[in-house]
Design a protein around this ligand. Structure first.
Ligand code: SF4
Ligand code: SF4
Length: 112
């Protein structure tokens, strides 16, 4: 019987099965990435977030959940202005984190 609607696909993430290798590499290069408390101060301050969805919080959570393609698309919206770094209560150098993630996507880990 057609009820005229369908169920949304599950958004559950099987953390044991997703590829978290990129976050592992980032953690080794920038240990501060592990100290994020997902407060959202970076996103609230970000110049690009209002029109592009750029968010360091989303970036870090996405990498921990293996959403690598989604994150790669988001990175192109960052202007590297550094405002997010100035407001992070954990003192994470978010601008450097972003640059490191860009380089990991470009496979230049050896140069880091
Ligand atoms: S401001 Fe710092 S601690 Fe807060 S979500 Fe952003 S990176 Fe994480
Ligand atoms: S460096 Fe990038 S993520 Fe941080 S505030 Fe600027 S545009 Fe946003």
């Amino acid at each position: 019987m057609d009820f005229g609607f369908s169920l949304s696909p599950s958004s559950a993430i099987e953390l044991d099965k997703v590829d978290k290798s990129l976050f592992g590499k980032l953690s080794r290069i920038e240990p501060g990435a592990n100290t994020c408390i997902a407060c959202g101060s970076c996103s609230a301050t970000c110049t690009a977030s209002g029109y592009s969805g750029m968010s360091v919080r989303k970036l870090l959570l996405g990498l921990q959940r293996g959403r690598n393609q989604e994150i790669e698309r988001m990175l192109s919206n960052c202007m590297l202005c550094g405002k997010c770094t100035m407001v992070c209560p954990r003192g994470i150098n978010t601008r450097r984190v972003i640059l490191t993630v860009c380089r990991l996507y470009d496979n230049v880990e050896g140069e880091l």
